[in-house]
Design a protein around this ligand. Structure first.
Ligand code: MOS
Length: 759
């Protein structure tokens, strides 16, 4: 065992290497734009250079002269196709070629299609639009914003949670803070670019595109094209980073499908890095006001969290992280309110821990401020306010190991050696600061189907229309089958990322491991039942044994008595070459329509704060050390420790990898990451990877992930809580708290920059 493969503790699976690791590192994994397609034509997007107004004319004469040009898809050409819908499967309701209105900078105005990629690019660049231009609204405080309450505007954010009488409790509190925080615009920049390849075989459409939701996209694309969903297939076997950006389908997919139909040839369009900033989704900027009131003993009596989020004009995208922050501690009273601020920007969308990242950043920064105001250790402050039930609905937590996380992380970090006095710790020219924060992520689960086949040779084929976005879901699904069928992992092939497979929910909200593994578990158990029945039947090799006395291991059915039977022999005796089971998992609280909705691409989410019996969350505690140069104010983060509890850990290697990646991203959020918006033109400025800063390996010396054992049978049959989005929650607040500890400067607006520490 090494650091990358932590030794499993209680309720943790083996650190098996990823089943697709070799394919990936040897270049044999085909990402959607790599899938071989014959006779392909190339598409390139032309996008608007204004953010608001109308396209009056497209000048195409020069464009038509480009050698190799095959087609231009633009206004009028999408008239027979329905406009996109905004929702889980659709990134925006803006149908860019359905009318000539411009809603945001970088909006698609045409698709040029040519024999070569170069010719398509040249043609797209030569497309000149003439506009009737209006003054756009860029962001918060820009002229022309409209602010509306978020509650009820989105099915994902129904209400502003509250409890008790905040105003009275806050007025009476002995110690209080009232502060404002902000987070910037951020763009997920997965290394794999966004792309669509579409081809028609008769009336059957196939789309190769990186997707976190092949079933949802199949249904939504069929709706737009007004064809039977059975005629659409979305193929996405490997995804080179997603982070939410490949969750909802963008309008480009239908445009490329229409181009392929017109041309009678496959069309591939790979979006440039720069165009992705405007044609895909992103994390919008947020603002927060937090008020906390407490007694001198440190017990919180009042908590208020108000949030403001930027969205586009037509679509009410909301993250609404108050449902998590409002349940974090034993507050006494809670008041929350979330507002949407409409601007002339592309519609934002999911980005790793969409609600929690900005909202918990604000909460945990405020918690540290409150601990300072109370003169209390910040870990102790959280311990004092650890709840028995969540404050909103007074429901128990299905499990909550936050204090264990704090204890283990604090111990590993050496928190006890910290001198709490601000600016007291130094190392030569470096001011040393230490801070901590809580991580939280809701544990949800959705219906999911899976097919598992066990052959007489002991090979297993597992099929599930989920998506390998880098999390390791192929590996953990295979691992679940390996454990339940007693077959070694190298005998198992796992097929995912294709809408022709049994449907799985969107790979978002950190639900995949729990949802997929629960379905795989059901399918494998159905196979076990059949095998056991045959083996224990009259004349069978294990006659007289009861199912509870049997196990599957090493290709055999093994009885407690020591007797065993080879699985292959049992299948032969059954006179079959294979057993195949198709399982449909539905969460405990699923409605009668739940499975129908899974096939329709609109699966129900359960768990988190939705269930009656308990609320379900995963928790963690993160500790960081920062070093700030006393002359230049350069900020380094040489050390970070996170301890996390997330129910059953399916694979300690992939779990650690997810949590580590999240924490590194959290450091990026704290110190580097921001998309700059030009307020004059409502345009993104740093639209490339050179100017869009992220931390790399060399920036962080020592990063430790501690997996804290936790058993939770209430969350789902697999007992697993999602952790893909847990690691980057809280990190930025821990960095901000450490910066305060080092310098005495409380930075409330992310990212924390050198210039903020110079003044
Ligand atoms: Mo994640 S942002 O829910 O794909």
């Amino acid at each position: 065992m090494d650091a990358a493969a932590p030794r499993p503790k209680e309720n943790m699976g083996e650190p098996l290497p990823r089943v697709d690791a070799r394919l990936k590192v040897t270049g044999q994994a085909h990402y959607p734009a790599d899938l071989p397609t014959a006779n392909i034509a190339y598409g390139a997007l032309a996008t608007s250079s204004i953010a608001k107004g109308k396209v009056t004319k497209l000048r195409l004469d020069d464009v038509r002269a480009v050698p190799g040009l095959l087609d231009i898809v633009t206004y009028g050409d999408m008239d027979k196709v329905d406009k996109p819908k905004f929702g889980n499967s659709g990134a925006t309701s803006i149908g860019p070629l359905h009318d000539r209105r411009i809603f945001h900078d970088g909006q698609i105005v045409a698709l040029a299609v040519a024999e070569t990629f170069e010719a398509a690019e040249e043609a797209a660049r030569l497309i000149r639009a003439e506009y009737e231009e209006e003054k756009p609204t860029a962001t918060f405080d820009s002229p022309g914003t409209a602010t509306i309450p978020a509650a009820g505007k989105s099915p994902l954010f129904k209400e502003d949670v509250k409890a008790g009488d905040f105003d009275a409790a806050y007025a009476d509190a002995a110690v209080k803070i009232d502060q404002r925080y902000s987070t910037p615009t951020q763009h997920h920049n997965p290394i794999e670019l966004f792309s669509t390849t579409a081809f028609w075989e008769g009336d059957q459409l196939t789309v190769h595109e990186p997707s976190q939701n092949v079933t949802g996209w199949k249904v939504e694309l069929a709706r737009q094209l007004k064809i039977d969903p059975a005629k659409v297939r979305i193929v996405s076997p490997f995804i080179g980073g997603a982070f939410g950006s490949k969750g909802p389908m963008t309008p480009r997919t239908a445009i490329v499908a229409v181009a392929a139909k017109r041309l009678g040839r496959p069309v591939r369009c790979v979006t440039s890095r720069m165009q992705a900033f405007g044609t895909q989704t992103y994390r919008a900027e947020t603002r927060h006001r937090i008020r906390i009131g407490a007694g001198k003993d440190g017990r919180i009596s009042a908590f208020a969290h108000e949030g403001w989020e930027v969205t586009s004009r037509p679509d009410a995208y909301v993250v609404g992280g108050t449902s998590a922050t409002g349940r974090m501690y034993d507050y006494g009273s809670v008041l929350t309110h979330v507002s949407l601020v409409q601007t002339d920007r592309n519609t934002p969308g999911y980005m790793r821990s969409p609600p929690e990242t900005p909202y918990v950043y604000a909460l945990e920064n405020a918690m540290d401020e409150m601990a300072v105001a109370l003169g209390m250790d910040p870990v102790e402050f959280r311990r004092i306010n650890e709840p028995k039930v969540e404050p909103i609905g007074k429901k128990p937590f299905s499990s909550r190991s936050l204090i264990q996380c704090y204890d283990q992380a604090a111990e590993a970090f050496g928190w006890a050696d910290r001198d709490p006095k601000v600016g007291a710790m130094r190392d030569g020219d470096w001011l040393v600061g230490m801070g901590c924060a809580t991580a939280i992520y809701p544990t949800a689960v959705a219906p999911c189907a899976a097919r598992v086949r066990l052959t007489v040779d002991g090979d297993v084929r597992l099929q599930c229309g989920s998506h390998e976005i880098g999390t390791g879901v192929r590996t953990v699904a295979g691992q679940m089958a390996s454990e339940r069928l007693g077959v070694s992992i190298d005998k198992i092939s796992v097929e995912m990322g294709d809408s022709s497979l049994p449907p799985a929910p969107v790979s978002g909200g950190s639900i995949s491991t729990a949802s997929v593994c629960s379905a795989v578990l059901m399918a494998c158990d159905a196979i076990r039942t059949k095998l056991y029945a045959a083996a224990t039947a009259e004349g069978g090799p294990l006659v007289g044994s009861h199912n509870e006395e049997l196990e599957l291991a090493g290709g055999k059915i093994v009885a407690k008595s020591g007797a065993s039977a080879k699985v292959g022999d049992v299948l032969k005796a059954m006179q079959v070459g294979a057993i195949e089971e198709y399982a449909e998992f539905a969460p405990k609280n699923a409605t009668p329509e739940a499975l129908k909705k899974l096939y329709a691409g609109t699966p129900e989410f359960h768990g988190a704060d939705q269930d009656e019996d308990s609320v379900k969350y995963a928790f963690g505690a993160e500790f960081v050390e920062v070093r700030i140069n006393r002359f230049t104010r350069e900020i380094r983060v040489p050390r970070i420790v996170g301890a996390f509890a997330a129910g059953r850990i399916m694979n300690t290697r992939t779990a650690r990898s997810q949590l580590m990646g999240g924490m590194i991203w959290g450091i990026g959020q704290a110190l580097h990451e921001a998309t700059e918006v030009d307020r004059r033109y409502a345009r993104y400025v740093n639209r490339d990877l050179q100017d869009y800063l992220v931390p790399v390996n060399a920036d962080i010396k020592d990063l430790q992930v501690i997996l804290v054992p936790e058993v939770d049978h209430a969350v789902n049959p697999a007992g697993a809580k999602g952790l893909g989005e847990l690691g980057n929650v809280g990190t930025a607040a821990a960095v901000a708290s450490a910066v305060y500890h080092a310098t005495g400067k409380r930075i409330r607006d992310l990212p924390i920059r050198i210039e903020q520490l110079l003044v």
